[in-house]
Design a protein around this ligand. Structure first.
Ligand code: G4P
Length: 286
């Protein structure tokens, strides 16, 4: 992919996001960071920890309906072992969505207790929602708040333009005007974001990407590609596997060669739509 162009493009956006997050940090009790359960490393911005400093953080592993459940459980354990609360959600169907409020209230039980002890009855916990584009921020908020936009008036210190959502009498969410941006530290971050469709296809070499995906699937989810494409995967070269898949689908170019474009598009599309199976690209290092 053309990382040069992307790297030049993102920092300005991230600087703006950082400023906006910092502006609002003082009026929230915690930050909920939404990441993609299939690529928990590449779909987060590692600068967030520095930006939010010691504000409590709740990690949402979203799109868990498409990820490998075992890998998602490993990520939750990983975050918990770092003292960070984490919850796996499927915001498209809404499955498990209540776990979010439960987790926030458990994490911030001390704060709720403090509010009560100070006679601040009815003061809700406030949580800022952040995430890189396409990770499911809007879907999450729509799903959990169901259109319950809070009234914005009479809020000292609250910048106009922020959107507050009431979840229940103890919890409100702030949808930040600035979104996080991915950090292209190395080429794999861009590649993994592209696998999931979070980065547009037009900045990537689709063939290269699809062959890389084949390589990963060969090494990690051999059974799934064998079942889906009715092929036998040995330790074959990833490009050979790619061609075999194309041929099985009847995607042939002139001379009987595999039609690379059609095969690459089909493979990426099927991965993105979870047709190959529940796959996690980035797993916890063991
Ligand atoms: P954003 O605000 O962070 O940019 O993301 P947004 O909510 O727009 O979600 C991006 C895409 O991810 C949407 O799909 C949305 O439906 C999908 N999505 C969000 N959460 C989940 C989830 O938990 N599981 C699955 N499988 N998908 C999820 P889209 O194809 O762009 O739009 P649409 O076809 O749903 O309208």
């Amino acid at each position: 992919m053309n990382t040069e162009q992307t790297i030049q493009w993102f920092p300005g956006h991230m600087a703006k996001a950082e400023r906006k997050i910092k502006e609002q940090l003082g009026i929230v009790d915690a930050v909920a960071e939404i990441i993609d359960a299939r690529i928990p490393v590449s779909s987060r911005n590692p600068d967030l920890s520095r930006i939010i400093s010691n504000k409590p953080r709740i990690v949402i592993l979203n799109k868990c309906d498409m990820a490998d459940p075992k890998a998602t459980a490993d990520w939750i354990n990983y975050y918990n072992s770092q003292g960070i609360a984490a919850v796996a959600l499927d915001c498209r169907s809404g499955k498990g969505i209540n776990k979010f409020s439960e987790t926030v209230k458990k994490e911030l039980a001390g704060k709720l207790e403090y509010y009560r002890s100070k006679g601040l009855v009815g003061k809700p916990l406030r949580v800022m929602v952040v995430g890189i584009p396409n990770v499911g921020k809007s879907t999450f908020i729509n799903r959990i708040a169901g259109g319950n936009k809070a009234k914005a008036e009479n809020r000292p210190g609250v910048t106009r333009g922020n959107q507050w959502f009431t979840i229940d009498k103890e919890l409100e969410l702030l949808d930040t005007p600035g979104v996080l941006w991915p950090k292209f530290e190395d080429a794999t971050v861009g590649e993994h974001l592209a696998f999931t469709g979070a980065v547009k296809d037009n900045v990537i070499d689709t063939l290269l990407l699809a062959v890389k995906l084949c390589e990963y699937l060969r090494d990690n989810y051999k059974d799934l590609i064998e079942q889906r494409y009715k092929i036998t995967v040995t330790d074959k070269d990833a490009y050979d596997i790619f061609c075999e898949i194309g041929k099985k689908r009847g995607f042939l170019a002139r001379g009987g060669e595999t039609d690379e474009d059609r095969t690459a598009n089909m493979l990426l599309e099927e991965f993105r739509n979870c047709k190959i199976g529940n796959i996690t690209i980035e797993k916890v290092d063991k």
